[in-house]
Ligand binder design. Structure first.
Ligand code: FCB
Length: 463
């Protein structure tokens, strides 16, 4: 074998046990909403509410993943991936949210988990990726403290049923999005736009995390690695006088969710209505929220770049920050944006990893990272998504550099394996490594999938 020295020197090799995975979530991919005893979730209700979802789309069929388990697991295998992060639909396991267990729901996730293990792919299961059973919303959803207890009971059921094979449990996906988009702004289910309820929901969902982590540890299968997934944004101030506001914004979008989990306290946020009202924080809650976990999941998509507002006000490619009138958000001219309008900045991921590791020694997994592209199939049926390849390559490079710098980063799950139901955006935004033709369900790996498959196989990024 001949060795190409130049390319060897430029090869960025990952640790041999590094997870190169992909992620999905139940409501976004499964479909089969009325099958095998699944109960209603708040997303079924929200989608049926006129005006909430782009074009009136819903998750009734989605990627039809419920009926295509073997095909999707084969895709993961063919892409050489060694990890799959999926979520368990609470209304499939407990159609009423509490009470009777639906065996057919358990069977479905058993098929996924066993199928993964047969293919040597490590199963990482998210307990809650936003599809709250509707009967629990009828009792107040995340405004009702009991929901945290119900989630813990459900997490315990999952740990008892699957914990002999699932290698990682993630309690909650993105508490920030649940409370901000679901309760503060209302563009996600359950569609409430009330800052006070946003603060209450924040506390209850974090409490649910802590109680669920404890329930998973107490499972009859013994303690399993458990963590939480928090979406983090790198907040960058472009000038000195924007630094103070940047620090406040950082606490509102990141610290409010991260600090309670890793430090056991809420940050010092100036805007009182961002914080949970004092009377919802009971004695002992912060201890529960900061209960010992085994890893931290980080979702990273884009940075927030801000600067002091100029005398002329807001210009092209700048936008106002609610509640922070002295600063504006900036889209720098040279920085690409995705089809979501999100900034592409892989260095932000690296900075986030450094910030998180300064706060905690927990092993870190990137549980989501990816981009929407206006993908289309060419006449030969191929999808040349060079934007996604470049996004993926840049962010993997940031992961490699972070590991080189000594950060305990153990894996990367790309969002997403499949194009899927992108919440309020319906099917208009494609995030998949694999193209889904929604009318037929046909799957076609995009060029980015082939690129990722090579990296995952060789565990190497070549410069
Ligand atoms: C994250 C969600 C995930 C997906 C991506 C694009 O906030 O966790 O379900 O929608 O964004």
């Amino acid at each position: 074998m001949t060795t190409n020295l130049a390319s060897d020197q430029n090869a960025h090799v990952f640790p041999s046990d590094f997870i190169f995975g992909a992620a999905t979530a139940s409501y976004q991919t499964e479909g089969a909403v009325n099958e095998d005893g699944r109960g209603m979730s708040i997303w079924d209700t929200f989608c049926a509410t006129p005006g909430k979802i782009y074009r009136g789309d819903n998750g009734d069929i989605a990627c039809d993943a419920y009926h295509r388990t073997a095909e999707d697991l084969d895709l993961l295998k063919n892409l050489n991936l060694n990890g799959y992060r999926f979520s368990i639909a609470w209304p499939r396991i407990l159609p009423e949210g509490t009470g009777a267990i639906n065996q057919k729901g358990i069977d479905y996730y058993n098929r996924i988990i066993d199928g993964l293990l047969e293919r040597n792919i490590s199963p990482a299961a998210t307990i809650y990726h936003w599809d709250l059973p509707q009967p629990l919303q009828d009792k107040g959803g995340w405004i009702n403290r009991d929901t945290a207890e119900y989630l813990a009971d459900y997490a315990g059921i999952c740990a008892d049923a699957f914990g002999d094979r699932v290698e990682q449990f993630i309690t909650i996906n993105e508490p920030q999005i649940v409370s901000r988009l679901g309760y503060r702004i209302g563009v996600h289910a359950p569609g409430i736009a009330d800052p006070i309820q946003g603060g209450i929901a924040t506390h209850h969902i974090l409490l649910a995390h802590g109680l669920a982590a404890q329930a998973i540890k107490a499972s009859r299968n013994g303690a399993k690695p458990v963590g939480i997934t928090i979406d983090l944004t790198d907040v960058v101030a472009l000038d000195d006088s924007a630094k103070e506001e940047a620090a406040q914004i950082d606490m509102e979008v990141n610290g409010l969710y991260l600090d309670p989990v890793v430090l056991g306290s809420y940050p010092n946020i100036r805007r009182q209505e961002m914080l949970p009202p004092e009377d919802v924080i009971m004695d002992g809650d912060m201890k529960i929220i900061s209960t010992n976990i085994d890893f931290l999941g980080v979702n990273y998509y884009q940075p927030h770049i801000i600067k002091t507002i100029s005398q002329e006000g807001i210009k092209f490619n700048e936008f106002a920050y609610d509640y922070h009138p002295t600063v504006i958000g900036v889209r720098p001219d040279a920085m690409p944006v995705t089809a979501m309008g999100w900034l592409v900045d892989p260095t932000g991921l690296e900075r986030i990893l450094h910030k998180v590791s300064a706060l905690t020694n927990l092993p870190i997994y990137i549980t989501e990272n990816g981009c929407a592209v206006n993908d289309y199939t060419d006449p030969s049926g191929n999808i040349h998504d060079h934007e996604r390849i470049s996004y993926l390559e840049g962010h993997l490079m940031s992961c490699w550099r972070a590991i080189e710098a000594g950060i305990n980063l153990k894996g990367y799950y790309h969002w997403s394996l499949l194009d899927n139901f992108e919440w309020a955006e319906g099917y208009s935004k494609r995030f998949g490594l694999v193209y889904v033709d929604f009318p037929t369900g046909k799957r076609t790996p995009k060029d980015s999938a082939l690129f990722y498959a090579k990296v995952a196989k060789s565990k190497t990024l070549s410069a």
